[in-house]
Design a protein around this ligand. Structure first.
Ligand code: ATP
Ligand code: MG
Length: 261
C-alpha cells in the first residue's frame, strides 16, 4: 500500500530537493506557530478580524483552536499545522481529487486550500440556516470564525461532554441540522459525531466542516448514512429511541435514496 503522502505527491527525482527542504522545514515547524503562521495571524489582525489570541481552547496534531478577542468580541481562530496530518484520515482517492481540485504542489498550498475550503463551507452552511460558527476570513492556514462560548467567554463543551436537559429533543435538533445541510446547503458533513458538535444553550452548533462533500459526490450517500447511524447509536446509548428509518426520512434522505433498513 502506498503511503497517502506518496499518492498525493508522488516521489520522484524532481521531488527529491523539495522533500529534503520540506523535512528541514518540518523540523523548524515543531513549534506551533512557525514564522509564516505568525505572519498570517498578523495579517488577520491588520484586517481587523481580532486583536489578540487569548489562549488555546484545543490543540492536537492537526492544529489548534484559540480564543481571540477584539472590538467585536470573542472570535475562534483555528490554526492548521502545515503537513500531511490533516489528510491522514482521508481515503487516498478523496485526497487525490482534493489535491487536483486545489492544484496544490506542496503541503503548504494543500493546507491553504483546506483552510479556504473550511471557510467556504462554513459560509455556505450559515447561508442555508445551519447552526455553525460564522466565518470571518482566513489567511494561509489560519481561519477566524465566531467563538462558541458562554457569556463569560468559556468555550462551549462538545456535545459528547455536555449534559443535555432533553436528549430526545437534542436528537431531533441534530436531524434538523443534517436536513438543512442536505436539502438547503446540498452538502453532507461526512464526519458528524458528538465530538464535532458543540452544545450551547441547549442547542447544537456544527463544527469541523472541511471534509464535507456535495450531495452529488459519489461517496455522499455512504457518508450521510454513516453520519446518521453514528449519531443514532450515540442517542440510543443515552436511552433515546432513535431508529434509523424515520431519521433517514426526517433529514430528507428518503427522497435521495430509499432505505429499507
Ligand atoms: N468556533 C469555535 N468556538 C469555540 N470552540 C471551538 C470552535 N471551533 C472549534 N472549537 C473547539 O476546538 C476543538 C477542535 O475543533 P475542530 O473539531 O474544528 O478541529 P479538529 O482539527 O478537527 O480537532 P479534533 O481532531 O480535535 O476534532 C473543538 O472540539 C472545540 O472544542
Ligand atoms: Mg473535530
Amino acid at each position: 500500500m502506498p503511503r497517502p503522502a506518496d499518492v498525493v505527491f508522488p516521489p520522484g527525482k524532481e521531488r527529491y530537493e523539495e522533500r529534503r527542504r520540506e523535512r528541514q522545514n518540518s523540523k523548524l515547524q515543531d513549534e506551533f506557530f512557525d514564522h509564516a503562521t505568525l505572519l498570517a495571524v498578523g495579517r488577520l489582525v491588520t484586517r481587523g478580524l481580532f486583536d489578540t489570541l487569548d489562549y488555546p481552547v484545543a490543540t492536537g496534531k492537526e492544529g489548534g483552536v484559540f480564543r481571540a478577542s477584539g472590538a467585536g468580541g470573542y472570535r475562534a481562530v483555528k490554526v492548521y499545522r502545515i503537513g500531511n496530518s490533516i489528510f491522514r484520515s482521508l481515503p487516498a482517492h478523496v485526497m487525490e481529487s482534493f489535491r487536483q481540485e486545489a492544484s496544490a504542489r506542496n503541503f503548504g498550498q494543500l493546507v491553504t486550500a483546506w483552510t479556504r475550503r473550511e471557510h467556504t463551507i462554513l459560509g455556505r452552511f450559515h447561508d442555508a440556516g445551519v447552526q455553525v460558527p460564522v466565518p470571518y476570513g482566513y489567511d494561509r492556514n489560519v481561519l477566524a470564525m465566531d467563538y462558541v462560548g458562554d457569556g463569560e467567554g468559556r468555550p462551549a463543551p462538545k456535545m459528547h461532554d455536555a449534559v443535555m436537559a432533553d436528549p430526545t429533543g437534542a436528537w431531533a435538533a441534530i436531524l434538523e441540522q443534517i436536513r438543512l445541510m442536505l436539502t438547503e446547503a446540498k452538502y453532507v458533513h461526512g464526519d458528524l459525531s458528538p465530538y464535532n458538535v458543540l452544545w450551547l444553550d441547549e442547542a447544537p452548533i456544527i463544527i469541523d466542516v472541511a471534509q464535507a462533500v456535495p450531495r452529488d459526490h459519489p461517496q455522499a450517500l455512504e457518508l450521510l448514512d454513516r453520519d446518521v447511524r453514528n449519531f443514532a447509536k450515540y442517542f440510543e446509548r443515552l436511552g433515546v429511541e432513535a431508529p434509523f428509518l424515520p431519521a433517514w426520512d426526517a433529514i430528507g434522505g428518503a427522497r435521495l435514496a430509499p432505505r429499507r433498513s
